[in-house]
Design a protein around this ligand. Sequence first.
Ligand SMILES: N[C@@H](CCC(=O)N[C@@H](CS)C(=O)NCC(=O)O)C(=O)O
Length: 215
Amino acid sequence: MTKPILWTSTRTSGTIVHQMVAASGLDLDIRFISLRKGDHKTPDFLAINPKGEVAAIQIPDAGVTITEIPAMALWLAEAAPDSGLLPRDAIGRAKGMEWLCWCHFRMANTFSLAFQAKRLTGGDEAAAAALKATAVTRAQDALAFADAQLAGRPHGTILGTEKVSAADIFLAALLGFGGFLGVATDGYANLKALGAKVAAVPAIAAALAREQEIG
Ligand SMILES: N[C@@H](CCC(=O)N[C@@H](CS)C(=O)NCC(=O)O)C(=O)O
């Protein structure tokens, strides 16, 4: 059997999937590529993921590559059913997917707009600043919504599960993205507590430390 491979890059949305892989306990071959050097646009990488993006989970034995965070989370949860990445009951699983989809949509239409403002506006500084300002406001709204939804949940997790789920990992990462964007993160006490809980999972802490080392 050839190990499945996680293709990722530090300080990207790939970090979210890296944490999910760590929480799964599965033995994946973690390979870091450099977006700065353009590793994701080489013919070799495009043959693995034609989207030219990280993260991607390549499963050589099945001859497939899975992309998009909710889909990767689902595969990891199926492969590691006791990991807690997704609840095992149908409703809990659907609610987990609901939150993963919510995070994914917010990442694309809110946080990523701010990160890519210059690229999206073709280098027009004024348009980029306006887009970034709108995106930051939307990011604040998204964080406030998630924070309010966490209030009073058992264990402080979004599904009320004792173990940190894939949705918790994604939500905590959105708060981190907010910090990078300069969103005032004074409030959001529930999200902050969730972030601390996620970061305290030993396997996740180890994955994050490895990313720090790589830089
Ligand atoms: N919808 C994708 C987003 C993937 C994505 O946008 N990845 C970024 C890094 S955060 C990337 O690889 N960008 C390279 C590029 O667009 O050239 C997912 O859920 O994984």
